[in-house]
Design a protein around this ligand. Sequence first.
Ligand code: ZN
Length: 244
Amino acid sequence: MRHAILADIHGNLVAFEAVLQHIKRQGGVDELWCLGDIVGYGPQPRECIQLLREYDHISIAGNHDLAAIDKIDISDFNPNAAAACLWTADQLDAESVTYLDNLPMTLRRSDFTLVHGSPRQPVWEYLLSESSARCSLAHFQTKFCLVGHSHIPLCFVCFADGSCSLRELRPELGLAADDYRLIINPGSVGQPRDGDPRASYVVHDAETGVLYHYRVPYDIATVQQRMVENGLPLHLALRLIYGQ
Ligand code: ZN
């Protein structure tokens, strides 16, 4: 079995399609695992939900998914995110709203726990430091935990003594060792923030026990044009080029 692990698509259909094409060129996967924030920021939220639903997949809810259907307050969003959220809410049809409304906050699949932010606070916490990784360990039971939300591909290796060490997410990561647990962020499909504007995602091969991290270029200018045409905040369009 092979699974593609995708996070933070954020209404960026062009990036999502580029990733799906890339997956196809690698021989395809059995299932997509989506870590939330399917919508928000980008210009094609409804289309991203529709496309995801064409595939065998599982997904959890991200903060932008919940905000777009008014399940959480946007008062904690910055002004650009809040403006994009209100615009996104207007684009969703009843079917998309029902789909987002039914997404769980966490999911478990074999050795993996899937959350958007962190296992401690699935919706809001940014898991970026070794101390927050350490605190997270008590909040999931599986060997591996998959997180999104920060839009930064990374990996925490956590040892039996409770210590965790932040590592770069390399192109290939073996999962076979018995003596540690891992927290893995595949990076963002639709709005990377690690300085690399290419879409970021991971494929898990259950047979070989290897995670493959990929970066995929896509037509950023087309997405920016669609954002401007729809009156989305200019800053959100500009940041795509810098991957910030
Ligand atoms: Zn996000």
